[in-house]
Design a protein around this ligand. Sequence first.
Ligand SMILES: C[S@@+](CC[C@H](N)C(=O)[O-])C[C@H]1O[C@@H](n2cnc3c(N)ncnc32)[C@H](O)[C@@H]1O
Length: 235
Amino acid sequence: MKRLKRLAHHIPFAQWLYGKCTAILFPGSRRYWEGRYGRGGNSGDGSYGEFAEFKAEVVNSFVRDNRVKSVIEYGCGDGNQLSIAQYPSYIGLDVSKTAIQICKDRFKDDPTKSFFLYDPDVSGDQAGELVADLALSLDVIYHLVEDTVYDLYMTHLFNAARRFVVVYSSNQDSGKTAAHVRHRCFCDWVSERATGWTLRQKIDNKFPFDPKQPEGTYLADFYVFEKAGACGDDV
Ligand SMILES: C[S@@+](CC[C@H](N)C(=O)[O-])C[C@H]1O[C@@H](n2cnc3c(N)ncnc32)[C@H](O)[C@@H]1O
């Protein structure tokens, strides 16, 4: 497969064949991420360097300006992005056991942060224990390739927020571009299913996607959703 991947950069047929093979071998989103972290992989380019700095600038100033006291993140990853975050209190959830272990080790001396393994199929939080002022989804939605996984994720994400949901994602139905990537118009889900939530702001990417030169550019933007009637002072 590694040789085929190298060839795929140069030969269109090899590219097509590589795409077919990875799609057939794709184990599902949850197992894909667990396997990736288990082999020593990381959360991806978007969680490192200038991409991560841009994400942190936006979310850190949002948290400060809106006096957000608590943050919950669905899909916290390996914690590299989190290492430059400034949140008063934080809960990180992820479907990968290895990612949670990495974060637990990395932030073991930080009493403001907790991490839990998230199993979408069995999780249920009727009592609202895992709730925060702000629910975050950074670079996750376009990795939810299965419809049922996507639907549960969106439901849990919006249920976990008292005041705001901040999403950093693509928002177009351009389908699967890799076995572990499926772009969706997630704002449609919010309009149809997230009663009481409105899109307050869209913040464009500092490195907007350029199809002619995709290297170093990004398809995701920030989307800030606000809950009707939520007041910052009584939370
Ligand atoms: C590209 S990484 C982003 C990590 C982090 N949010 C960041 O910005 O650095 C995507 C993360 O989403 C997690 N993930 C995948 N499917 C998920 C799901 N259904 N629920 C929660 N997290 C999920 C993966 O395990 C992975 O850690």
